[in-house]
Design a binder for this molecule. Structure first.
Ligand code: 2NL
Length: 344
C-alpha cells in the first residue's frame, strides 16, 4: 500500500513538473486528488484494514495528498508568475512615440463675423438683446407699423405656426420688446443678433433661414447724423479705414426717413470692379429714423424721443469679406468649406 502511494506521489509530481499551463494543472489535481482519484480510493478502503495498519496508512495517505497539493500550489504560483511576466513583456508601451494629434475644430465663419460685429458695437456702448424665434404677429409686424393686410408685409413672406404665432421674419420684435421694458425712459442702445425665417426658395443669395443683426438707439435729440456717424465707424472698422459711405433714400415701414447704406468698394477703392458690379459702391445695410408710430406703440413719447435703427445680414457681410459666392455654404456643414476659416 505504501509503495503504491509512493509511486502515485512520484507520478503526480512528475506530471506537475512537466505541466505548462494552469488548465493542465487543474486536470492533474482532479486526476489524483479528486473524488474518484486513487488517494480518495485508498482512504475509502481504510475500513478493511486492521486497527494497527489503519493509522499508519491514513497518516501516509494524508502525507502523500499534502505533498501533491504542495506540488500543485508551487507549480501554480510559478505558472501565474510566468504568465504575468509574459504579459508585461508583451504589453510594454513605448512612451517615446509621438501621440496622435487631436482634431481641433474652429469657429464657424458666420459665428466669427457675428462676434466681430458684436464686439464692434459693444465697443461703441451698445448692449446685446435677444428674444424668441417664435413670435407673435403683434411683435413681429403690428408693433413695427405693419398692420394686418398692410402691403409691405409681402416684403417678408413668412412661416406662420398658427394665426397668431410665426417664425420671426426679422429681429425687430426684440427691439420692440426691449423698448417696452424701458417704459418710455431712454436711453435704449442695443443690437439684436439672431436667426430669422422667411418663406423663400433657396438659391445662391437666398435662404429661408438666415441671420440678422439690427441696432436701435432711442434717446432725446437722436438725429440722422448720429446714425451716419455710428454706421461710418462700423463700415471703417469692418471693411477698412479708408472706406467712404453714402446713404440713399429707401423705404421701410418702421423708419421714416429710411435709407440704404453703401460703402466704397474695398476691392477696387471705387474705380469699379466685379465685386461692386462696376459701380464703385457696395450695398451693406438698411437704416432710418424710427417711425413715430413705432416709438408710440413701444411706450415712448415721440415728441420727446427720437431714435435710429438699422438692420444688416451677417451672411452678406461675411460673403463680401471673404469672397464667398453662395449663401448655402454657411449651412451645408461641408468640412472643406469650414476648414478654410480656421484662422479667421
Ligand atoms: C435691412 C433693413 C432695417 C430696422 C431694420 C428697426 C427696428 C425698430 C424700429 C425701426 Cl424696432 N427699425 N429696424 C430699420 C431699418 C432697416 O433693416 O435691410 N435689413 C437687412
Amino acid at each position: 500500500m505504501k509503495d503504491r502511494l509512493e509511486a502515485l506521489k512520484a507520478e503526480a509530481l512528475e506530471k506537475i513538473h512537466a505541466s505548462s499551463d494552469l488548465k493542465e494543472l487543474q486536470a492533474i489535481k482532479v486526476e489524483y486528488l479528486g473524488k474518484k482519484g486513487p488517494i480518495t480510493e485508498v482512504l475509502k478502503g481504510m475500513g478493511k484494514l486492521s486497527a494497527e495498519e489503519r493509522p499508519v496508512v491514513g497518516a501516509y495517505a494524508n502525507e502523500v495528498r499534502d505533498g501533491i497539493q504542495q506540488g500543485l500550489d508551487a507549480k501554480s504560483a510559478e505558472l501565474e508568475e510566468a504568465e504575468i511576466a509574459k504579459r508585461l513583456a508583451e504589453e510594454t508601451i513605448d512612451v517615446s512615440l509621438p501621440g496622435r494629434p487631436a482634431k481641433k475644430g474652429s469657429s464657424h465663419p458666420l459665428t466669427s463675423v457675428v462676434e466681430e460685429i458684436e464686439d464692434l458695437f459693444l465697443s461703441m456702448g451698445f448692449t446685446i438683446a435677444e428674444g424668441p424665434e417664435v413670435e407673435t404677429d403683434y411683435y413681429n409686424f403690428e408693433a413695427l407699423n405693419l398692420p394686418k393686410d398692410h402691403p409691405a408685409r409681402d416684403m417678408q413672406d413668412s412661416f406662420f405656426v398658427t394665426e397668431e404665432f410665426l417664425l420671426r421674419t426679422q429681429t425687430s420684435p426684440v427691439q420692440a420688446r426691449t423698448m417696452l421694458k424701458h417704459e418710455g425712459q431712454g436711453p435704449v442702445k442695443i443690437i439684436s443678433p439672431g436667426k430669422v425665417y422667411r418663406r423663400d426658395n433657396d438659391d445662391a443669395t437666398h435662404s429661408h433661414q438666415f441671420m440678422q443683426i439690427e441696432g436701435l438707439v432711442v434717446d432725446k435729440n437722436v438725429r440722422l447724423s448720429d446714425l451716419k456717424g455710428v454706421l461710418e465707424t462700423f463700415a471703417k472698422k469692418m471693411f477698412g479705414e479708408d472706406r467712404k459711405i453714402r446713404l440713399r433714400p429707401s423705404f421701410f415701414p418702421f423708419t421714416e426717413p429710411s435709407v440704404e447704406m453703401d460703402i466704397s468698394c474695398f476691392k477696387c477703392g471705387g474705380k469699379g470692379c466685379s465685386i461692386c458690379k462696376h459701380t464703385g459702391w457696395i450695398e451693406i445695410l438698411g437704416a432710418g429714423m424710427v417711425h413715430p408710430n413705432v416709438l408710440e406703440m413701444a411706450g415712448f413719447d415721440s415728441k420727446e424721443y427720437t431714435g435710429f435703427a438699422f438692420g444688416m445680414g451677417p451672411e452678406r457681410i461675411a460673403m463680401l469679406k471673404y469672397g464667398i459666392d453662395d449663401i448655402r455654404h454657411f449651412y451645408a456643414n461641408d468640412i472643406r468649406f469650414l476648414k478654410q476659416f480656421r484662422n479667421v
